[in-house]
Write a protein that binds this ligand. Structure first.
Ligand code: ATP
Ligand SMILES: Nc1nc2c(ncn2[C@@H]2O[C@H](COP(=O)(O)O)[C@@H](O)[C@H]2O)c(=O)[nH]1
Length: 218
């Protein structure tokens, strides 16, 4: 057997959560640009589209009725109400990717993470991103200039309820320096991909290695 061969494994569900504005979207988009074999789970939402967003790329934007039809038809892996809007993860693309050994990145909140923990724990790796300070969180939301003052105030208020959920996650990152945070996030994915338990056919690989070794030793 060729020693460079890729060992087959199931895909990983890499979840990144944070209070609004801490930087999870920036970090996950960077990861998608730099890493192969990973795709973003595109959520459905009833939230209004921001000017910088494209339907079908950042989210699939739905009416409340369309969202309820998907949810009630069992088409969502998880769903939650966040900041007064509904968000959910379409089931089919995720299940297909994982079965084909492709990793999937999720930008979802703590409620969705809890649901995926309950249903798919063995596939989930979760990361909680914290802002360096409360003032910086507010500044980031303001500098992003995508939301009204009212929406920013609501998101900052909700941050106090979201942040205590950091303890439920596998990893925690304080996103002070973007480059350092990115290196850490990428490191988490790299290490998780190498975990022994994920390598479904590692035993076959080792058996071949041992049998080849026998031919080399008297
Ligand atoms: N380490 C950082 N230093 C300075 N600015 C940052 C850093 N990380 C992200 N930002 C900026 O902060 C703003 C908010 O980031 P981003 O949109 O990624 O947050 P988010 O956590 O995904 O928010 P939401 O949940 O609302 O989507 C963006 O303008 C982004 O460029
Ligand atoms: N439980 C889920 N949460 C989701 C999903 N998609 C996004 N989100 C979270 O909602 C908030 C707000 O996002 P924004 O784009 O409006 O700023 C943020 O915490 C996201 O992580 C989902 O499918 N399920």
């Amino acid at each position: 057997m060729n020693a460079n061969i890729e060992i087959a494994r199931r895909g990983i569900m890499l979840i990144v959560s944070s209070p609004s504005g801490a930087g999870k979207t920036t970090l996950t988009r960077n990861l998608l640009d730099k890493e192969e074999n990973v795709s973003l789970s595109i959520s459905v939402t009833t939230r209004a589209r921001r000017t910088s967003e494209i339907d079908g790329i950042h989210y699939k934007f739905l009416s409340r009725r369309q969202f309820e039809l998907m949810r009630d038809g069992g088409e969502l892996l998880e769903w939650a109400e966040v900041h007064g809007n509904f968000y959910g993860t379409p089931r089919e693309p995720v299940e297909t990717a994982l079965a084909e050994g492709r990793d999937v990145l999720f930008d979802i909140d703590w409620q969705g993470t809890q649901q995926l923990y309950n249903s798919m724990r063995q596939d989930v790796v979760s990361v909680f991103v914290l802002p360096p300070t409360a003032e910086e969180l507010k500044l980031r939301l303001e500098r992003r200039a995508e939301d009204t003052q009212e929406i920013i105030a609501r998101r900052l208020k909700n941050a106090a309820e979201e942040i205590p959920h950091w303890e439920e996650y596998d990893y925690v990152l304080v996103n002070r320096d973007l480059e350092k945070s990115f290196i850490r996030l990428r490191g988490i994915l790299t290490a998780e991909r190498l975990k022994r338990v994920r390598k479904e056919d590692i035993q076959d690989f080792v058996d071949h290695l041992l049998s080849d070794l026998k031919t080399l030793t008297p």
